[in-house]
Design a protein around this ligand. Structure first.
Ligand code: SAH
Ligand code: SF4
Ligand code: F3S
Length: 483
């Protein structure tokens, strides 16, 4: 359990679903205990913090021990079939605990709740409560419904809900870095993706509440915030459109886009690092890149998922860009932010009708870009998506997996190559805590999001330190602090 919680300190942006986070122990003397397990991307982890905050007002402390819980929530992910299978296996295990403790309430939250709705109550007999990502304000009411002996479901998707006014209980934090959700939902309709169906329409959160949250975190000693959204580049806030009570002084309605928002958050303090995830190749603008270059505290790292290196597959995926467009974006990043800017990606192998030559184009694009890091998957058909409706999932699993292995092997070479470039250089590192392997070492990240490990000496969590990197693996830079 402990390792799982510590692993959270190295979680990254739109982390994919094989990760699990467990609520920490919180003892403020409240009557009931809530245990939340979160799966999927960082948005889900961030939502669990909102859930904990809503329930804290209703007399719940969180616990990291499922046996002590009165309420057990699984905040779930539907992105691939395997993600849903993991949750089903977990529910089977929880069922055995519930047999000894029948009064324990079991609820499914998040994307799987949204996708399956009340079917979850029938399929998984132990589930008492189902709540989709926009229904968390209703949880106190849903819990009382279960207390009164009924099953409870709310999977209503909203066009407005951003939970802007709810201060998250930081369950997932190391006290140095935190995530701030800046928008919800997604309007992109990539043909393979279930997110638009599970998270609903895209909506942006009021920039004033985002800046206030960043300021509050900074005041409490946090040194880094990551702004989260499925497609941060389409962030857009206009007082007139978003705030019904908007009354102009001079009738001027200033639209805040993502580049503006980045600057606003960067201005909280030069000591507060700003990261963001995920960028979309079709939407990231030069203005975002210029804002990044203007502020030293905006980290020089971009997660820019390509999905495939072939233009025909990209079109079938409905990604809205071609191979050439994508490579041009990479050129702009290198021109404006330099060769050291970290770039990572997501890739899917074996999408419907992908030929061997088209797969080779993904490999050649990787050779062209040299990603620092990538999350790589084989295609998993999701019910209800455009691809499931229009195309046949026709690539045999062993071919999908062989292609996946090929891109993983290539990525490992590139990660090692990119890390070797960093050896011999001094990196400014924000210390996040002890190295996972030894308490004599600390670890943190450089601006490009690379993990740097170095001897502890007298340094402490939350400090910035300059580290001369002397060695590396494919995953880590290793060095020592210098003046
Ligand atoms: N909003 C982000 C991605 C969110 S999902 C973006 O637009 O890039 C995270 C990653 O999961 C995706 O980038 C994609 O690579 C992968 N993914 C999504 N649906 C998938 C599916 N059906 N099968 C396999 N991988 C999938
Ligand atoms: Fe899914 Fe595409 Fe939206 Fe990302 S941008 S969440 S891949 S639909
Ligand atoms: Fe995230 Fe999984 Fe939902 S990746 S948005 S939790 S489907």
């Amino acid at each position: 359990m402990k390792e799982l919680i510590e692993d959270l300190s190295v979680l990254e942006g739109m982390e994919s679903c094989e990760t699990v986070a467990i609520s920490k122990e919180q003892n403020t003397g409240k009557k009931r205990k809530l245990y939340i397990e979160s799966y999927g991307c960082q948005m889900n982890f961030s939502d669990s913090e909102i859930v904990a905050s809503i329930l804290a007002k209703e007399g719940f402390d969180t616990t990291s021990e499922i046996q002590q819980a009165d309420v057990v929530f699984l905040n779930t992910c539907s992105i691939r079939e395997k993600a849903e299978q993991t949750v089903r296996n977990r529910l089977t295990h929880i069922n055995s605990i519930k047999k000894q403790k029948p009064e324990m309430l079991v609820g499914v939250l998040g994307c799987m709740a949204e996708r399956l709705k009340s079917k979850l109550l029938e399929e998984e007999k132990i589930v008492d409560l189902v709540a989709g990502p926009d229904a968390y304000r209703d949880l106190p009411q849903l819990i009382s419904q279960v207390d009164e002996g009924e099953k409870a479901v709310n999977t209503f998707l909203s066009r407005e809900e951003t939970y802007a006014d709810i201060a998250p209980v930081r369950l997932n934090s190391n006290g140095v870095t935190a995530f701030i959700s800046i928008m919800r939902g997604c309007d992109n309709m990539c043909s393979f993706c279930v997110v638009p169906f599970t998270r609903g329409r895209e909506r942006s959160r009021d920039p004033k509440s985002i800046v206030a949250e960043a300021q509050d975190l900074f005041n409490r000693g946090y040194k880094e915030v990551t702004l989260l959204g499925q497609n941060v580049d389409s962030y857009k806030w206009s007082e007139k459109e978003n705030n019904k009570a908007f009354i102009t002084k001079k009738g001027i309605d200033e639209v805040v886009n993502f580049a503006h928002l980045l600057e606003m958050v960067a201005q909280v303090s030069p000591e507060l690092r700003v990261r963001f995830s995920t960028s979309h190749p079709k939407d990231i603008t030069d203005d975002v890149l210029y804002a990044m270059s203007k502020y030293e505290n905006i980290c020089k790292y971009i997660h820019l998922p390509v999905q495939s290196g072939n233009s025909r597959i990209l079109e079938l995926m409905n990604r809205g860009y071609t191979r050439e467009w994508y490579l041009e974006k990479i050129n702009r990043i290198r021109e404006i932010l330099g060769e050291d800017c970290g770039i990572s990606s997501d890739m899917i192998t074996g999408f419907c009708t992908e030929t061997e030559e088209e797969h080779q184009e993904t490999l050649s694009l990787m050779d062209n870009v040299h990603y620092d890091f990538a999350y790589m998957f084989f295609y998993s058909e999701r019910p209800g998506t455009l691809a499931a409706k229009k195309f046949t999932d026709d690539i045999p699993e062993e071919i999908k997996k062989r292609r996946l292995q090929e891109i993983i092997t290539k990525q490992n070479e590139h990660s090692a190559l990119r890390n070797r470039r960093d050896v011999g250089k001094v990196h400014n590192v924000l210390i996040e805590g002890f190295s996972k392997k030894s308490a004599d070492y600390l670890q943190g990240r450089n601006t490009a999001n690379k993990v740097v490990v170095f001897p502890k000496e007298n340094f402490e969590k939350g400090q910035y330190v300059n580290v001369l990197v002397e060695d590396c693996t494919a995953a880590t830079l290793i060095g020592k602090a210098v003046k």
